[in-house]
Write a protein that binds this ligand. Structure first.
Ligand code: UT7
Length: 331
């Protein structure tokens, strides 16, 4: 759907949190048959953060959310909907968003989770726009919080080198000027779901000794298949979002792509025609933090003063589902 309104939502605060513990490629060399050289050249990742044993996804989300609220100069009671994108909720239920609400001591506002693959944060942002435009909410807290290291098979070198833990959050309100979300594009294709999946733990394969023994509660991925789809779909989404915003690639100050693989990031940037110096990259420091990649990048750019009034950012993601989405923001 193309937007048919001049109304816009805007991000008025950003925050992030990553755990202190760093797992380097050298550490991984001692755990599986891999090398720093392979990981860096094939993925761009040098290190990733690992949550402490007593931390859960909501703990990461709460810290990021508090920082986003502080940056928006708001209190938790000022928020009237909480959306958490995650695949690694504290529990199957209650929703992690409800635990975040309790942890923040926010009001009795609606709170729910979104499972949208690594695209989940952008899905959350687009949902927040709909809620604000409908009058259901004035201010939304959208959080991407993830602990993929809790569903990682640490004996599978194909996947265990890729992921890290972290959270990012934004406060979203209706814009009163010409800044804000200029366009969005979101799609999914469930036919390709089995290529990136945690097979067990749901209604299809409930947890039992057998599923645990077969490590079906961990992330399974056909990496090179996913790779091809990621580049194709992120390119399409980025192009379509720019078209819907009525802008050309030269108007984009920052491409903020999902950080799954440096080669995916570079290929997407090249296909979209956005030069490398305008593509934001932090994969070397955090690995793939799933739904947290984009809000962490937004906060890093915001706190370092690189998002100025009028700066145009193209956010672009792809993930399990498959899902993909892109959003154009004018800061
Ligand atoms: O965030 C959601 C979406 N996720 C993604 O977008 C991830 C997309 N996929 C990727 O990023 C890449 O496909 C990977 C990084 C996962 C893998 O890179 P690749 O270049 O596609 O490698 P491959 O899977 O084709 O494997 C090439 C070789 C294999 O060895 P043989 O069969 O050629 O002898 C693998 O066994 O690399 C081997 N390999 C490794 N070697 C050392 C795979 N993982 C490792 C490793 N260390 N960690």
């Amino acid at each position: 759907m193309t937007k048919k309104t001049d109304r816009k939502i805007k991000i008025t605060g950003t925050g992030m949190y990553v755990p202190d513990k760093i797992l380097t490629n050298a550490d991984l060399e001692k755990m599986v048959d891999t090398s720093d050289e392979w990981i860096v050249t094939r993925t761009g990742i040098r290190e990733r953060r690992i949550a402490a044993k007593d931390q859960a996804t909501s703990d990461l989300g709460i810290i990021a959310a508090r920082r986003a609220l502080r940056s928006a100069r708001l209190e938790p009671q000022d928020i009237d909907v909480i959306i958490v994108a995650t695949h690694t909720p504290d529990h199957y239920f209650p929703a992690t968003a409800c635990l975040v609400q309790a942890g923040l001591k926010a009001g009795l506002v609606p709170a729910f989770d979104v499972i949208g693959g690594c695209t989940g944060f952008l899905y959350g942002l687009i949902l927040a726009e709909g809620l604000i435009f409908s009058g259901a909410a004035k201010r939304a807290l959208v959080i991407g919080a993830e602990m993929l290291t809790r569903i990682t098979n640490w004996e599978d070198r194909n996947t265990c080198v890729l992921f890290g833990d972290g959270a990012g959050a934004v406060v979203v309100e209706e814009s009163k000027d010409d800044s804000g979300m200029l366009s969005h594009f979101w799609q999914a294709d469930g036919n390709l779901g089995p290529l990136l999946i945690m097979p067990a733990g749901g209604s299809k394969l409930p947890a039992c000794h057998d599923t645990v023994a077969k490590r079906q509660h961990t992330l399974h991925m056909k990496g090179n298949e996913v790779f091809k789809h990621a580049v194709k779909r992120m390119t399409e989404a980025g192009d379509e979002a720019m078209k819907r915003a009525g802008i050309k690639k030269d108007a984009v100050d920052w491409l903020i792509p999902h950080q799954a693989n440096m080669r995916i990031i570079e290929a997407t940037g090249e296909r979209l025609g956005i030069p490398r110096e305008r593509v934001y990259v932090n994969i070397h420091r955090y690995g793939n933090v799933s739904v947290a990649c984009i809000p962490i990048a937004l906060d890093e750019l915001n706190q370092s003063g690189q998002l100025k009034k009028g700066t145009v950012a193209l956010l672009d993601a792809f993930g399990a589902g498959f899902t993909w989405a892109a959003v154009v923001l004018r800061w």
